[in-house]
Design a protein around this ligand. Structure first.
Ligand SMILES: Cc1ncc(COP(=O)(O)O)c(C=O)c1O
Length: 393
Protein backbone atom coordinates (compact mmCIF):
# COMPACT_ATOMS: atom_id res chain seq x y z
CA UNK A 1 0.00 0.00 0.00
CA UNK A 2 1.20 3.51 -0.78
CA UNK A 3 2.71 5.40 2.15
CA UNK A 4 0.91 8.36 3.63
CA UNK A 5 3.68 10.62 2.35
CA UNK A 6 3.34 9.38 -1.21
CA UNK A 7 -0.43 9.95 -1.18
CA UNK A 8 0.02 13.51 0.04
CA UNK A 9 2.82 13.98 -2.43
CA UNK A 10 0.62 12.66 -5.28
CA UNK A 11 -1.94 15.31 -4.46
CA UNK A 12 0.64 18.11 -4.77
CA UNK A 13 2.13 16.56 -7.90
CA UNK A 14 -1.31 16.54 -9.53
CA UNK A 15 -1.70 20.20 -8.61
CA UNK A 16 1.69 20.91 -10.14
CA UNK A 17 0.60 19.25 -13.37
CA UNK A 18 -2.47 21.48 -13.54
CA UNK A 19 -0.39 24.58 -12.75
CA UNK A 20 -2.14 25.11 -9.41
CA UNK A 21 0.47 24.11 -6.89
CA UNK A 22 0.75 26.82 -4.26
CA UNK A 23 4.12 27.83 -2.91
CA UNK A 24 4.99 30.09 0.00
CA UNK A 25 5.90 33.33 -1.69
CA UNK A 26 7.42 35.23 1.22
CA UNK A 27 10.91 33.83 0.74
CA UNK A 28 10.85 34.70 -2.96
CA UNK A 29 9.60 38.19 -2.25
CA UNK A 30 12.30 38.68 0.36
CA UNK A 31 14.96 37.36 -1.97
CA UNK A 32 13.93 39.95 -4.54
CA UNK A 33 14.37 42.77 -2.06
CA UNK A 34 15.11 45.60 -2.02
CA UNK A 35 11.65 46.02 -3.46
CA UNK A 36 10.32 49.35 -4.57
CA UNK A 37 6.84 48.65 -3.25
CA UNK A 38 4.69 45.88 -1.85
CA UNK A 39 1.03 45.85 -2.95
CA UNK A 40 0.35 42.31 -1.76
CA UNK A 41 -0.38 42.98 1.90
CA UNK A 42 -3.59 43.97 3.64
CA UNK A 43 -2.03 46.52 5.97
CA UNK A 44 -4.36 49.16 4.49
CA UNK A 45 -3.68 51.89 7.06
CA UNK A 46 0.02 51.19 7.55
CA UNK A 47 -0.63 50.13 11.16
CA UNK A 48 1.50 46.96 11.20
CA UNK A 49 4.68 48.95 11.93
CA UNK A 50 3.12 51.90 13.71
CA UNK A 51 5.36 52.78 16.70
CA UNK A 52 2.47 53.76 19.00
CA UNK A 53 0.65 50.48 18.32
CA UNK A 54 3.81 48.47 18.84
CA UNK A 55 4.29 50.31 22.11
CA UNK A 56 0.68 49.64 23.15
CA UNK A 57 1.18 45.93 22.46
CA UNK A 58 4.43 45.97 24.38
CA UNK A 59 2.87 47.70 27.37
CA UNK A 60 0.06 45.16 27.51
CA UNK A 61 2.54 42.26 27.34
CA UNK A 62 4.56 43.83 30.16
CA UNK A 63 1.46 44.00 32.29
CA UNK A 64 -0.32 40.73 31.42
CA UNK A 65 2.40 38.52 29.90
CA UNK A 66 3.01 37.29 26.35
CA UNK A 67 0.15 34.83 26.40
CA UNK A 68 -3.31 34.76 27.91
CA UNK A 69 -2.58 31.25 29.32
CA UNK A 70 -5.96 29.68 28.65
CA UNK A 71 -9.31 29.90 26.95
CA UNK A 72 -11.62 32.73 27.99
CA UNK A 73 -13.74 30.24 29.93
CA UNK A 74 -10.73 29.10 31.96
CA UNK A 75 -7.77 31.32 32.88
CA UNK A 76 -7.66 33.54 29.78
CA UNK A 77 -10.44 36.06 30.36
CA UNK A 78 -8.56 39.33 30.88
CA UNK A 79 -9.87 42.86 31.38
CA UNK A 80 -8.37 44.02 28.04
CA UNK A 81 -10.45 41.40 26.16
CA UNK A 82 -13.64 42.60 27.79
CA UNK A 83 -12.77 46.29 27.30
CA UNK A 84 -12.06 45.76 23.61
CA UNK A 85 -15.34 43.89 23.14
CA UNK A 86 -17.23 46.75 24.75
CA UNK A 87 -15.51 49.30 22.51
CA UNK A 88 -16.36 47.21 19.44
CA UNK A 89 -20.02 46.81 20.41
CA UNK A 90 -20.31 50.56 20.98
CA UNK A 91 -18.75 51.36 17.61
CA UNK A 92 -20.80 48.81 15.68
CA UNK A 93 -24.08 49.77 17.38
CA UNK A 94 -24.67 46.29 18.78
CA UNK A 95 -25.35 45.10 22.31
CA UNK A 96 -22.24 42.98 22.48
CA UNK A 97 -19.15 41.61 20.75
CA UNK A 98 -16.91 38.58 21.06
CA UNK A 99 -13.30 38.30 19.92
CA UNK A 100 -11.46 35.43 18.23
CA UNK A 101 -7.88 34.56 17.32
CA UNK A 102 -8.41 34.86 13.59
CA UNK A 103 -11.00 35.73 11.01
CA UNK A 104 -10.96 32.21 9.64
CA UNK A 105 -11.61 30.83 13.09
CA UNK A 106 -14.42 33.34 13.73
CA UNK A 107 -16.22 32.55 10.47
CA UNK A 108 -15.73 28.82 10.43
CA UNK A 109 -16.79 28.35 14.04
CA UNK A 110 -19.24 31.18 14.83
CA UNK A 111 -21.22 30.84 11.61
CA UNK A 112 -21.20 27.06 12.01
CA UNK A 113 -22.60 27.38 15.53
CA UNK A 114 -25.34 29.72 14.32
CA UNK A 115 -26.35 27.25 11.60
CA UNK A 116 -26.96 24.37 14.01
CA UNK A 117 -30.24 22.78 12.88
CA UNK A 118 -30.78 21.20 16.30
CA UNK A 119 -30.75 24.60 17.96
CA UNK A 120 -32.72 26.34 15.20
CA UNK A 121 -35.40 23.67 15.15
CA UNK A 122 -35.03 23.12 11.39
CA UNK A 123 -32.31 22.95 8.80
CA UNK A 124 -31.50 26.52 7.79
CA UNK A 125 -31.56 27.92 4.26
CA UNK A 126 -28.35 29.82 3.60
CA UNK A 127 -28.27 32.40 0.81
CA UNK A 128 -24.62 33.15 -0.01
CA UNK A 129 -22.91 35.54 -2.36
CA UNK A 130 -21.02 33.44 -4.93
CA UNK A 131 -17.73 35.14 -4.11
CA UNK A 132 -17.79 34.69 -0.35
CA UNK A 133 -14.53 33.86 1.43
CA UNK A 134 -13.48 30.22 1.95
CA UNK A 135 -13.99 30.45 5.72
CA UNK A 136 -17.71 31.18 5.20
CA UNK A 137 -18.05 28.16 2.90
CA UNK A 138 -16.16 26.09 5.45
CA UNK A 139 -18.77 26.84 8.12
CA UNK A 140 -21.57 25.68 5.80
CA UNK A 141 -19.68 22.54 4.85
CA UNK A 142 -19.04 21.73 8.50
CA UNK A 143 -22.76 21.91 9.20
CA UNK A 144 -23.71 20.03 6.02
CA UNK A 145 -25.71 23.00 4.80
CA UNK A 146 -26.22 23.33 1.06
CA UNK A 147 -25.80 26.96 0.12
CA UNK A 148 -28.15 28.76 -2.23
CA UNK A 149 -25.73 30.97 -4.09
CA UNK A 150 -26.75 34.24 -5.61
CA UNK A 151 -24.82 36.06 -8.33
CA UNK A 152 -22.15 38.29 -6.87
CA UNK A 153 -23.68 41.43 -5.35
CA UNK A 154 -26.86 40.92 -7.39
CA UNK A 155 -29.67 41.95 -5.07
CA UNK A 156 -32.33 41.22 -7.71
CA UNK A 157 -31.09 37.63 -7.92
CA UNK A 158 -31.02 37.34 -4.14
CA UNK A 159 -34.63 38.59 -4.00
CA UNK A 160 -35.64 36.03 -6.64
CA UNK A 161 -34.09 33.20 -4.63
CA UNK A 162 -35.54 34.40 -1.33
CA UNK A 163 -38.98 34.66 -2.95
CA UNK A 164 -38.67 31.17 -4.41
CA UNK A 165 -38.08 29.75 -0.91
CA UNK A 166 -40.40 32.12 0.91
CA UNK A 167 -43.01 29.49 1.73
CA UNK A 168 -40.52 27.12 3.33
CA UNK A 169 -40.82 27.24 7.07
CA UNK A 170 -37.06 27.18 7.68
CA UNK A 171 -34.78 29.78 9.25
CA UNK A 172 -33.12 31.89 6.56
CA UNK A 173 -29.60 33.30 6.63
CA UNK A 174 -27.95 35.73 4.23
CA UNK A 175 -24.15 35.53 4.20
CA UNK A 176 -21.99 38.14 2.43
CA UNK A 177 -18.85 40.23 2.67
CA UNK A 178 -19.32 44.00 2.93
CA UNK A 179 -16.15 44.63 0.88
CA UNK A 180 -15.21 41.67 -1.29
CA UNK A 181 -11.58 40.80 -0.71
CA UNK A 182 -10.72 39.65 -4.22
CA UNK A 183 -12.86 42.12 -6.18
CA UNK A 184 -12.72 45.23 -4.03
CA UNK A 185 -16.38 46.10 -4.50
CA UNK A 186 -18.84 47.15 -1.86
CA UNK A 187 -22.04 45.46 -0.77
CA UNK A 188 -25.26 47.44 -1.21
CA UNK A 189 -26.02 47.54 2.53
CA UNK A 190 -29.42 49.33 2.39
CA UNK A 191 -30.72 46.92 -0.27
CA UNK A 192 -29.43 43.86 1.57
CA UNK A 193 -30.86 45.01 4.89
CA UNK A 194 -34.24 45.71 3.25
CA UNK A 195 -34.29 42.14 1.87
CA UNK A 196 -33.31 40.69 5.23
CA UNK A 197 -36.15 42.61 6.89
CA UNK A 198 -38.69 41.66 4.24
CA UNK A 199 -37.84 37.94 4.34
CA UNK A 200 -37.03 37.82 8.04
CA UNK A 201 -33.52 36.55 7.36
CA UNK A 202 -30.57 36.56 9.77
CA UNK A 203 -27.60 38.49 8.39
CA UNK A 204 -24.04 37.22 8.71
CA UNK A 205 -21.75 39.91 7.30
CA UNK A 206 -17.98 39.68 6.95
CA UNK A 207 -16.30 43.07 7.32
CA UNK A 208 -12.71 41.80 7.04
CA UNK A 209 -11.77 44.29 4.32
CA UNK A 210 -14.09 47.11 5.42
CA UNK A 211 -13.02 47.30 9.07
CA UNK A 212 -10.78 50.32 9.55
CA UNK A 213 -11.35 51.61 6.05
CA UNK A 214 -15.04 52.21 5.38
CA UNK A 215 -18.28 53.02 7.20
CA UNK A 216 -19.06 55.21 10.18
CA UNK A 217 -15.71 56.32 11.69
CA UNK A 218 -14.05 53.52 9.72
CA UNK A 219 -15.78 50.86 11.78
CA UNK A 220 -17.16 48.98 8.77
CA UNK A 221 -20.18 49.28 6.52
CA UNK A 222 -22.53 47.30 8.76
CA UNK A 223 -22.04 49.73 11.66
CA UNK A 224 -25.40 51.11 12.72
CA UNK A 225 -27.33 48.51 10.71
CA UNK A 226 -27.20 45.50 12.98
CA UNK A 227 -29.97 46.53 15.37
CA UNK A 228 -33.46 47.65 14.35
CA UNK A 229 -35.98 48.94 16.91
CA UNK A 230 -34.07 47.12 19.61
CA UNK A 231 -34.11 43.88 17.57
CA UNK A 232 -30.93 42.34 16.21
CA UNK A 233 -30.57 41.78 12.47
CA UNK A 234 -27.72 39.31 12.92
CA UNK A 235 -23.97 39.38 13.13
CA UNK A 236 -21.23 41.61 11.71
CA UNK A 237 -17.85 39.95 11.82
CA UNK A 238 -14.55 41.70 11.08
CA UNK A 239 -10.82 41.10 11.39
CA UNK A 240 -7.92 42.78 13.15
CA UNK A 241 -5.53 41.21 10.65
CA UNK A 242 -5.96 43.64 7.78
CA UNK A 243 -6.39 47.40 8.29
CA UNK A 244 -5.73 47.07 12.02
CA UNK A 245 -2.33 45.60 11.21
CA UNK A 246 -2.38 42.82 13.82
CA UNK A 247 -4.31 39.53 14.13
CA UNK A 248 -7.64 38.28 15.36
CA UNK A 249 -11.29 39.00 14.73
CA UNK A 250 -14.55 40.15 16.27
CA UNK A 251 -18.17 39.22 16.00
CA UNK A 252 -20.52 42.13 16.83
CA UNK A 253 -23.95 40.86 17.79
CA UNK A 254 -26.81 40.88 20.30
CA UNK A 255 -26.21 39.91 23.91
CA UNK A 256 -28.19 36.71 23.28
CA UNK A 257 -25.99 35.68 20.33
CA UNK A 258 -22.85 36.42 22.34
CA UNK A 259 -24.10 34.27 25.19
CA UNK A 260 -24.98 31.49 22.75
CA UNK A 261 -21.53 31.60 21.13
CA UNK A 262 -19.79 31.52 24.50
CA UNK A 263 -21.69 28.30 25.16
CA UNK A 264 -21.77 26.69 21.73
CA UNK A 265 -19.00 27.99 19.48
CA UNK A 266 -16.15 25.48 19.66
CA UNK A 267 -13.64 27.86 18.04
CA UNK A 268 -14.20 30.18 20.99
CA UNK A 269 -14.61 27.65 23.80
CA UNK A 270 -11.62 25.46 22.99
CA UNK A 271 -9.06 28.05 21.93
CA UNK A 272 -6.61 30.04 24.02
CA UNK A 273 -7.71 33.68 24.24
CA UNK A 274 -5.89 36.21 22.02
CA UNK A 275 -2.54 37.32 23.46
CA UNK A 276 -2.44 40.51 25.54
CA UNK A 277 0.14 42.04 23.18
CA UNK A 278 -2.19 41.65 20.21
CA UNK A 279 -5.13 43.01 22.19
CA UNK A 280 -3.06 46.02 23.30
CA UNK A 281 -2.18 46.92 19.70
CA UNK A 282 -5.68 46.27 18.40
CA UNK A 283 -7.31 48.33 21.17
CA UNK A 284 -5.05 51.28 20.39
CA UNK A 285 -5.79 50.91 16.67
CA UNK A 286 -9.53 50.68 17.30
CA UNK A 287 -9.46 53.80 19.40
CA UNK A 288 -7.58 55.75 16.71
CA UNK A 289 -9.95 54.96 13.82
CA UNK A 290 -12.47 57.80 14.38
CA UNK A 291 -9.69 60.37 13.99
CA UNK A 292 -8.71 59.08 10.55
CA UNK A 293 -11.53 60.24 8.26
CA UNK A 294 -9.16 62.43 6.21
CA UNK A 295 -6.70 59.56 5.73
CA UNK A 296 -9.50 57.20 4.66
CA UNK A 297 -10.73 59.75 2.13
CA UNK A 298 -7.21 60.08 0.82
CA UNK A 299 -6.92 56.29 0.42
CA UNK A 300 -10.16 56.12 -1.57
CA UNK A 301 -9.20 59.15 -3.70
CA UNK A 302 -5.87 57.56 -4.57
CA UNK A 303 -7.58 54.28 -5.41
CA UNK A 304 -9.97 56.10 -7.78
CA UNK A 305 -7.04 57.89 -9.44
CA UNK A 306 -5.11 54.65 -9.82
CA UNK A 307 -8.14 52.88 -11.34
CA UNK A 308 -8.62 55.71 -13.84
CA UNK A 309 -4.98 55.50 -14.83
CA UNK A 310 -5.14 51.70 -15.17
CA UNK A 311 -8.26 51.92 -17.35
CA UNK A 312 -6.43 54.35 -19.63
CA UNK A 313 -3.70 51.73 -19.94
CA UNK A 314 -6.30 49.13 -20.90
CA UNK A 315 -6.52 47.13 -17.65
CA UNK A 316 -9.75 45.55 -16.47
CA UNK A 317 -10.32 46.32 -12.78
CA UNK A 318 -13.71 44.59 -12.67
CA UNK A 319 -16.20 46.08 -10.25
CA UNK A 320 -13.63 47.49 -7.81
CA UNK A 321 -14.66 50.70 -6.08
CA UNK A 322 -12.40 50.54 -3.02
CA UNK A 323 -8.72 50.35 -2.11
CA UNK A 324 -8.55 46.75 -3.43
CA UNK A 325 -7.95 46.76 -7.17
CA UNK A 326 -7.85 43.52 -9.15
CA UNK A 327 -6.15 43.48 -12.53
CA UNK A 328 -8.23 40.80 -14.19
CA UNK A 329 -6.17 39.16 -16.90
CA UNK A 330 -8.18 35.95 -17.41
CA UNK A 331 -5.78 33.05 -17.65
CA UNK A 332 -3.70 31.71 -14.81
CA UNK A 333 -0.59 31.96 -16.99
CA UNK A 334 -1.19 35.65 -17.62
CA UNK A 335 -1.70 36.33 -13.89
CA UNK A 336 1.52 34.50 -12.99
CA UNK A 337 3.38 36.25 -15.78
CA UNK A 338 2.20 39.68 -14.64
CA UNK A 339 3.11 38.96 -11.03
CA UNK A 340 6.59 37.77 -12.09
CA UNK A 341 7.06 40.82 -14.29
CA UNK A 342 6.12 43.16 -11.46
CA UNK A 343 8.51 41.38 -9.14
CA UNK A 344 11.29 41.84 -11.69
CA UNK A 345 10.44 45.55 -11.63
CA UNK A 346 10.74 45.54 -7.82
CA UNK A 347 7.00 45.39 -7.11
CA UNK A 348 5.41 42.71 -4.99
CA UNK A 349 1.81 41.75 -5.79
CA UNK A 350 -0.44 38.70 -5.43
CA UNK A 351 -1.58 36.46 -8.27
CA UNK A 352 -5.03 35.11 -7.44
CA UNK A 353 -6.23 32.11 -9.37
CA UNK A 354 -9.14 29.69 -9.39
CA UNK A 355 -10.50 28.18 -7.21
CA UNK A 356 -10.04 31.31 -5.06
CA UNK A 357 -11.71 33.29 -7.87
CA UNK A 358 -14.09 32.02 -10.60
CA UNK A 359 -12.64 30.32 -13.69
CA UNK A 360 -11.23 32.66 -16.37
CA UNK A 361 -10.90 35.57 -13.95
CA UNK A 362 -7.35 35.03 -12.72
CA UNK A 363 -5.89 38.30 -11.59
CA UNK A 364 -3.18 40.24 -9.91
CA UNK A 365 -4.53 41.85 -6.78
CA UNK A 366 -3.29 45.32 -5.90
CA UNK A 367 -4.06 46.40 -2.33
CA UNK A 368 -3.50 50.07 -1.65
CA UNK A 369 -2.30 51.26 1.72
CA UNK A 370 -1.78 54.66 3.30
CA UNK A 371 1.85 53.64 3.59
CA UNK A 372 2.34 53.73 -0.21
CA UNK A 373 4.00 56.84 -1.60
CA UNK A 374 3.30 58.65 -4.89
CA UNK A 375 6.66 57.43 -6.18
CA UNK A 376 5.68 53.82 -5.46
CA UNK A 377 2.36 54.25 -7.25
CA UNK A 378 4.18 55.77 -10.21
CA UNK A 379 6.57 52.80 -10.27
CA UNK A 380 3.59 50.42 -10.27
CA UNK A 381 1.89 52.20 -13.19
CA UNK A 382 5.11 52.37 -15.12
CA UNK A 383 5.78 48.63 -14.67
CA UNK A 384 2.20 47.81 -15.67
CA UNK A 385 2.43 49.96 -18.80
CA UNK A 386 5.63 48.20 -19.81
CA UNK A 387 3.96 44.79 -19.31
CA UNK A 388 1.06 45.89 -21.51
CA UNK A 389 3.48 47.10 -24.22
CA UNK A 390 5.26 43.76 -24.12
CA UNK A 391 1.93 41.89 -24.33
CA UNK A 392 0.80 43.89 -27.32
CA UNK A 393 4.02 43.44 -29.22
C1 LIG B 1 -13.27 38.12 3.65
C2 LIG B 1 -12.34 37.45 4.60
N1 LIG B 1 -12.84 36.87 5.71
C3 LIG B 1 -12.04 36.25 6.59
C4 LIG B 1 -10.68 36.19 6.40
C5 LIG B 1 -9.82 35.46 7.40
O1 LIG B 1 -9.24 36.38 8.26
P1 LIG B 1 -7.87 36.03 9.03
O2 LIG B 1 -6.78 36.26 8.05
O3 LIG B 1 -7.86 36.98 10.17
O4 LIG B 1 -7.96 34.62 9.45
C6 LIG B 1 -10.11 36.80 5.29
C7 LIG B 1 -8.64 36.78 5.11
O5 LIG B 1 -8.12 36.40 4.11
C8 LIG B 1 -10.96 37.44 4.35
O6 LIG B 1 -10.46 37.99 3.25
Amino acid sequence: MASFESRFNDYCTALEASGRRRTLGAAAAQAARPVIADFSHNDYLGFAHDPALIEAGHAMAQRYGVGSTGSRLLSGNLTPHVDLEQAIALAKGTEAALIFNSGYQANSSALAALLDAKVLGAEPLVFSDRLNHASLHHACQLMNVRQIRYRHNDMAHLRELLSAHHEEDRPKFIVAETVFGMDGDVLDMPALVALADEFDAFLYLDEAHATGVLGRSGYGLASGYMQRDGKSRGVAMGTFSKALGAAGAYVACSAAVREYLVNRCTGFIYSTAPSPAVIGAVSAAWERLPRMDAEREQLMRRAAQLRARLHESGFNTGTSNTHIIPLIVGTEEAALDLKAWLLKCGIVSSAIRPPTVPPHTARVRIALSLSHTDTQLEALCDALDRWKDREQR
